[in-house]
Design a protein around this ligand. Structure first.
Ligand SMILES: Nc1ncnc2c1ncn2[C@@H]1O[C@H](COP(=O)(O)OP(=O)(O)O)[C@@H](O)[C@H]1O
Ligand SMILES: [Mg+2]
Length: 252
C-alpha cells in the first residue's frame, strides 16, 4: 500500500477529530416473514466510547448487520433507544434520519457497492451531492479523500479497472469524504485476501487513530478483530461476551 497520507494532507476531507459515542438501550427489533415474527434483538444494550474502534463478531444470523443498520439509521427500532452522539435516532422521522446519516455516518460494505459506470472520483463525490458546496470544494474533498486511501493516482479509473482492495479503498474514501463521526463497516475484508485485508485494516486504524473516528466493524475474521480495541460477541441477539485487546488499548 502507498504510504498513508499524513494528517495535514488529509485536512479538508477528514478534517475534524469529531467523534461520537454510541448507546443502545433496551432495543427491540423484529422482522416479519410470511407474517411470522422473527425477533432479532430483544432488549439489547451496548455502549461504544467516542473514538473507540470496536469489532462485532457472532454467528451468521445473530443480528450483526441489523445492529449496524439501526446504528446508522438505515432501519428503525421497534422499541428502545439508539443514541449516536447527541442524536436520538429513535425519535427521528425517515427524512430526519436521511439528513442525519448523510452528515454523521460513513458505511463500508463487504461488496463495496460502487456504481460501475462512474469513475472512482465520481463514486466518492456522490455523498457530497446532498451538500450545499461549490464545485471546487467538492473536487478538493474528493481528491483529498482518495489521497488518504492512497488512490490519488486512480481518480479516473472505473471499478472494473481496479482490484478488489482498490475498490474497497474507493468505498472507504466515499465513506469519509463527508467527514462523518462514526464509521460502520460490515465485513469490510470479507471478500479480500489476507494481505489486502491487512491494508484495509491499516486504513481503518489510521481513520481511528489519526482522525478519531468511532468505528464499529462486523467481522468473522479473528485477525481482523485484533485491530480493534474491544471485541463484542453477539449471539442470538445478545452480547454474551466482550474481550478488550491489551495491545490496542483505548487511546486517551
Ligand atoms: N429485511 C429482513 N427481512 C426479514 N428478515 C430479516 C431481514 N434482515 C434480517 N433478517 C433476519 O434477521 C436475522 C438477523 O440477520 P442479520 O442481522 O443479517 O444477521 P448477521 O448479519 O449477524 O448475519 C436473521 O434471521 C435474518 O434472516
Ligand atoms: Mg450480516
Amino acid at each position: 500500500m502507498p504510504a498513508p497520507a499524513t494528517a495535514s494532507a488529509a485536512a479538508g476531507a477528514v478534517a475534524g477529530r469529531r467523534s461520537a459515542d454510541i448507546e443502545l438501550k433496551g432495543v427491540r427489533k423484529s422482522y416479519y416473514k410470511d407474517r411470522i415474527e422473527v425477533p432479532v434483538l430483544n432488549g439489547f444494550d451496548m455502549l461504544i466510547r467516542p473514538g473507540e474502534f470496536a469489532a462485532l463478531m457472532g454467528p451468521s444470523g445473530s443480528g450483526k448487520s441489523t445492529l449496524l443498520h439501526l446504528v446508522g439509521g438505515l432501519d428503525t427500532v421497534d422499541a428502545g433507544v439508539v443514541r449516536v452522539g447527541e442524536a436520538h435516532l429513535e425519535r427521528m422521522s425517515e427524512k430526519q434520519l436521511t439528513a442525519w446519516r448523510s452528515r454523521h455516518v460513513g458505511f463500508i460494505f463487504q461488496m463495496y457497492h460502487l456504481v460501475p459506470v462512474l469513475t472512482a472520483a465520481q463514486n466518492v463525490e456522490l455523498p457530497l451531492l446532498l451538500f450545499r458546496m461549490s464545485g471546487g470544494e467538492r473536487r478538493q474533498r474528493v481528491r483529498t479523500a482518495l489521497e488518504v486511501v492512497g488512490l490519488g493516482d486512480r481518480m479516473d479509473h472505473r471499478p472494473s479497472q481496479l482490484s478488489g482492495g482498490q475498490e474497497q479503498r474507493v468505498a472507504i474514501a466515499r465513506a469519509i469524504v463527508t467527514d462523518p463521526d462514526v464509521i460502520l463497516a460490515d465485513e469490510p475484508t470479507g471478500d479480500l485476501d489476507a494481505r489486502t485485508s491487512q491494508e484495509i485494516l491499516g486504513l481503518l486504524n489510521l481513520l481511528n487513530g489519526e482522525f478519531g473516528k468511532t468505528i464499529l466493524m462486523v467481522t468473522h475474521d479473528p485477525r481482523a478483530a485484533e485491530h480493534a480495541q474491544r471485541v463484542l460477541h453477539l449471539d442470538k441477539g445478545v452480547l454474551d461476551r466482550e474481550v478488550s485487546n491489551p495491545v490496542r488499548a483505548a487511546r486517551p
